[in-house]
Design a protein around this ligand. Sequence first.
Ligand code: G3P
Ligand code: CA
Length: 232
Amino acid sequence: MQIIAHRGASGEFPENTLLAIEQAIQQAADGIEIDIFAVDGELIVIHDHHLARTTNGKGSIYQYSLAQLQQLDAGQGQTIPTLWQVLQLLHPTTLWLNIELKGADTVAALVALLARAELQLQFDCSRLLVSSFNHHLLAELAVQRPDIKLAALTASLPLHYAAFASALNAYAVNCDVSFINADFVADAKARNLKVYVYTVDQADDIARLRQYGVDGIFTNYPARSRQLVLVL
Ligand code: G3P
Ligand code: CA
C-alpha cells in the first residue's frame, strides 16, 4: 500500500509548500499530492482559491497577480510555490506526483508546462497522475495529452463511477475514506483501476484499507502512516 503525502507532509508543515514536500521526501513517501490553480497562465500550488486559511493574504487568488501572490507568507517563511518549482524539486527523486486540478483554466497551462518540463528538465510525465472532482477538466486534458494518467476523484458514494472512469479511460479512482468498502475496491480492481483513498491518518482506517487491498493512501503524516502500515 503506497504512502502519498497529502499536500506534502501537511500534518506537520504548511500544506502545499516546498517545505512540506521536502519533508515528505525525507519521510520516504512514495508520492506527493498537491492542488493547483492557474493565475496569469502560471500554475500555483494551493488548495483554496481564498487565501486566508493558508496564507497571510485576504480575498481570492484571482484578485492578485502571480508576483503579488508570491509575496505572501504561507507559513514558516514559505511562499506559495508554482508547479514548476515542484517539478524541479521532484525531478531528481523517484517519487510520483498526483496533481489535483482545482481551477477552471488549469488544463491549457498544464499542457504548456508539461511540454516545457519535458524539454528543459527531461521530466518523465509517466510519473504524474492528474485528478480532479471536475471530470470535464480531465476529459479536456485527455484530448491533448492522452498519455497522462488520470484519476477520477469522487467525494461521495460513486454509484456511477465505472461509467465516468471508463469514459475517461482512467488509471485510478481516488475515493473518500468515509464511504469506501471492500465491495467497491473489488469492483474497481475488476475494472483494472487503481484505488487510492483520502485522507487517511488513523490506524483503524489504515488496517481496514490494507485488508481491502487498496493501492495507496493519501495521508497528512507520511512517516507515521508508513510505520502503521508496517506494524498493523
Ligand atoms: O486528492 C485527494 C484529496 O486531496 C481530495 O480532496 O479537498 O483534500 O483536495 P481535497
Ligand atoms: Ca487535493
